[in-house]
Design a protein around this ligand. Structure first.
Ligand code: GLC
Length: 475
């Protein structure tokens, strides 16, 4: 176990102190958000949540807003007149910008048009149930009033406000859960942080010299504690790129911090230790149903952080298909916006998200809390002839329809409107009733048995051009 004794002693002392304070706070607030058995005298005794209880909101939510916002919104993809390839929030790395130069962006960062209420209202309009915002990204800049370093939005910019505080208040008002993205391993501002090899030695040296553990102990851990003790209930911590995290108890220390300060707070799959759910690769939707809790982080264009010239927006049709595709395979969709340096969410992002939100207003029943498809053939199959890049049989996805499920109900999502009728793959249940979710009257459609299969007659035209949901009651 490689940790510095001082680091561990200080950490345990801080944790037990913080936990002690929090126990007092928790007995008066919902911070720990744990169901409580209340013995006589009213004092609350916290009963640890089961994993199912912890995951319940996540399994119900299905759709969240990811927000990548930081100093990288100032250059917005261009450095010294050069357009820098790749994702916007990596500009410091891609352009090998020295810390001394990159730091100066803070003085130019003054997002006076930032309005937390408007951002949260957008999430609500889009039908999203949780928000995850970058509290500190790989560039090391804290997007909140951190006491651990002056390199933060309150102390280092003319803006001087704490957007996480304002977002926490707006989320509470709109009953939307708030989570924080935190880059625990990579920190290009710190000599001991991983990833900056243009100002500092290679990561392996930082590891060997103890500089990395110093960074973890001196900045990352205390900042995660700040996030879990100053912004009310936090629904999840979204760690990322777990470089050198699988050494000793580096990951376990973060798990202990989260479990001690906010036991109900989830940990994503990129800590480098045991998380509460699996994080898929960026924009990587699995081909088939995955029987565990999982989430796909995804972009609306080709970047997470704002790039002024990236207009490659995915259409509302594509976004709705992806949402349904992910839910029909058992996952959550965490869809990103990259606000500008003024604090505005690009209009195309807003428009496309609101279009998905309008669809969800009518069809949300087939998404929130839904289970994956009981079939699978509709997802596609392996090609007998074509090979993928790694020489394995290529997966040929099908996109005509998808299925989500709830007890006693199947929701068939029709992206390609069949002519006349829809034939369901064989099921052992009986289809007792069928109707279109978009039909306020829920008028019964004709259901016929066709051997082992059920066939449902459909009207001439699809009620929704993006995705028309056919509801089948079965028993
Ligand atoms: C990758 C990128 C990071 C981004 C994250 C979102 O890890 O490195 O910049 O925040 O994906 O999923």
């Amino acid at each position: 176990m490689r940790t510095t004794p001082a680091c561990t002693f200080r950490r345990n002392l801080q944790l037990s102190l913080a936990a002690a304070c929090l126990c007092i706070v928790a007995s008066y607030s919902t911070l720990a958000a744990q169901p409580a058995a209340s013995p006589a005298g009213g004092a609350t005794v916290s009963k640890p949540l089961s994993q199912d209880e912890k995951m319940q909101w996540f399994r119900e939510a299905k759709f969240g807003l990811f927000i990548h916002w930081g100093l990288y919104a100032v250059p917005a993809g261009t450095w010294k007149g050069q357009q820098i390839q790749g994702i916007g929030e990596w500009i410091m790395n891609r352009a090998k910008i020295p810390v001394k130069e990159y730091e100066q962006l803070a003085a130019q960062f003054n997002p006076v048009k930032f309005n937390a209420e408007e951002w949260v209202q957008l999430a609500e309009d889009a039908g999203m149930k949780y928000i995850v915002i970058t509290s500190k990204h790989h560039d090391g800049f804290a997007m909140y009033g951190s006491k651990v370093t002056k390199y933060n939005i309150v102390d280092a910019t003319p803006f001087k406000r704490d957007p996480l505080k304002e977002l926490a208040a707006a989320c509470a008002k709109h009953n939307i859960r708030l989570g924080f993205y935190y880059s625990q391993a990579q920190d290009w501002h710190e000599p001991g942080g991983a990833g900056n090899t243009w100002d500092f030695p290679p990561d392996a040296e930082k590891d060997k010299s103890g500089a990395y553990d110093q960074y973890l102990c001196g900045k990352a851990e205390p900042q995660v504690k700040e996030l879990l003790t100053r912004y009310g209930p936090v629904c999840l911590i979204w760690f990322d790129t777990p470089r050198m995290m699988n050494v000793g108890d580096r990951a376990q220390r973060f798990i202990d911090i989260v479990h001690t300060l906010q036991p109900a707070c989830l940990i994503d799959g990129r800590l480098g230790g045991q998380g509460d759910y699996r994080s898929m690769g960026d924009n990587r939707i699995p081909n088939e149903v995955v029987h565990e809790d999982w989430e796909v982080p995804a972009t609306l264009n080709n970047t997470w952080g704002y790039k002024s010239y990236d207009h490659n927006w995915k259409s509302p049709e594509d976004l709705t298909f992806k949402l349904v595709d992910i839910v029909s395979k058992g996952g959550n969709y965490l869809l990103n916006v990259g606000p500008t340096a003024e604090g505005l969410i690009p209009q195309p992002s807003q428009d496309n998200l609101r279009a998905v939100g309008r669809w969800l207003k009518v069809n949300g029943e087939a998404i929130y809390g839904a289970k994956p498809t009981p079939f699978g053939e509709e997802l596609g199959s392996l090609s007998e002839t074509e090979k993928d890049k790694s020489g394995r049989p290529a997966f040929k996805a099908r996109t005509d329809w998808r299925c989500t499920m709830k007890p006693g109900k199947l929701y068939v999502h029709l992206f390609k409107w069949p002519a006349g009728s829809f034939e369901l793959p064989t099921i052992k249940e009986k289809v007792t009733r069928a109707y279109l979710l978009a039909d306020p009257q829920r008028q019964a459609l004709t259901v016929r048995r066709n051997g082992p299969k059920w066939s449902i007659s459909l009207p001439q035209t699809a009620p929704d051009p993006m995705d028309s949901v056919l509801v089948l009651e079965v028993k």
